[in-house]
Ligand binder design. Structure first.
Ligand SMILES: Cc1cc2nc3c(=O)[nH]c(=O)nc-3n(C[C@H](O)[C@H](O)[C@H](O)COP(=O)(O)OP(=O)(O)OC[C@H]3O[C@@H](n4cnc5c(N)ncnc54)[C@H](O)[C@@H]3O)c2cc1C
Length: 275
């Protein structure tokens, strides 16, 4: 849609963007959300395309994703064979149900920074214990755990003018076993709940990531596989105010689904799968 409050689009931001940040500015990544709703508070868009932050680099250390990596490019990425949890990359892209036009333009960074509960790149990167590199307007940088970035529905820890530069997923997490469950109210709908469990090979630990059902990601860690009762109790301990309400599900429905799918994930690991 036309954004009729925008007076300027900055096509060539400085290589350290943010130095000229003003009230009413917004970073423009793929623009799939920015151009989909009215933006009455915005005056300038700062286009990140020219910075060429779209690289997807794998190494012994893990996977490095530039914030401008598109959903399409992430989907096409072929993980090394020993990255068992690498299948989650494509699965998470598939959780982003939209047309090819959106997939071609939407970026990993835009999805994370929009910080919707059903942001699949948030689910993916929290479950795989990623770290985010953030750049501040004063030239300083900080690294934060993906888990700590989103603070609520459409809210995160970014300060004015701060930008997400890249996401790093450690190889250690990519080598884990993984299982996921997702529920949508309609066949091509937005996630009502999206859970991912991971397990270190050769151990019985469990790292359970709960998203979409809650306003921010929740991670529950067990040193050894819990029994059904303890798993259920840990989900019941998620504060009542964190369960998300929107047309895709009530808080009670999401709580119920999370209990159900967490138990399925537990049983999948207990049965020896997934590979
Ligand atoms: C049909 C359709 C279906 C959709 N389905 C989903 C869905 O299932 N789940 C979901 O989460 N979203 C969904 N969206 C919303 C949106 O398209 C996605 O979240 C998308 O990934 C946003 O990425 P983008 O690159 O287009 O971001 P943009 O629209 O360019 O930006 C989104 C926000 O993030 C900020 N931003 C972008 N990059 C950075 C950065 N590097 N650092 C700091 N801030 C930044 C922007 O200023 C803006 O506030 C959907 C949209 C459409 C049109």
């Amino acid at each position: 849609m036309d954004l009729n409050t925008i007076t300027e689009v900055i096509r060539r931001p400085p290589s350290r963007p943010g130095v000229e940040w003003q009230e009413g500015d917004a970073w423009l990544a793929g623009g799939t959300w920015l151009y989909s709703v009215e933006q009455p508070g915005l005056r300038r868009l700062i286009d990140l395309t020219e910075l060429r932050w779209n690289a997807l680099v794998s190494s012994d250390a893990g996977l490095d994703m530039g914030a401008m990596c598109t959903i399409r490019d992430l989907y096409a990425f072929a993980s090394p064979d020993d990255w068992i949890a690498g299948s989650l990359l494509a699965k998470s892209c598939e959780a982003f149900l939209s047309s090819f036009k959106v997939w071609n333009a939407a970026t990993v960074g835009g999805n994370i920074c929009l910080s919707l509960p059903a942001g699949p790149m948030i689910t993916l990167t929290v479950a795989l214990e990623a770290q985010y590199e953030l750049w501040a307007p004063d030239g300083s940088a900080r690294t934060v755990d993906a888990l700590d970035f989103v603070t609520g529905d459409n809210r995160n820890i970014l300060a004015p003018g701060e930008i997400l530069r890249r996401v790093r997923i450690p190889a250690r997490a990519l080598r884990k076993r993984a299982a996921h469950r997702r529920f949508t109210l309609t066949r091509l709908g937005r996630s009502t709940v999206f859970l991912i469990g991971t397990q270190t090979p050769g151990t019985s630990d469990l790292l359970l990531t709960v998203t979409a059902g809650t306003t921010r990601p929740v991670r529950i860690a067990f040193d050894t596989m819990p029994d059904a009762r303890n798993l259920r109790r840990s989900i019941d301990e998620i504060p009542a105010g964190l369960w998300f309400a929107d047309p895709n599900g009530t808080p009670d429905h999401r709580h119920h689904l999370t209990r159900h799918f967490a138990e399925e994930i537990r049983r999948e690991f207990m049965a020896g799968g997934p590979a």
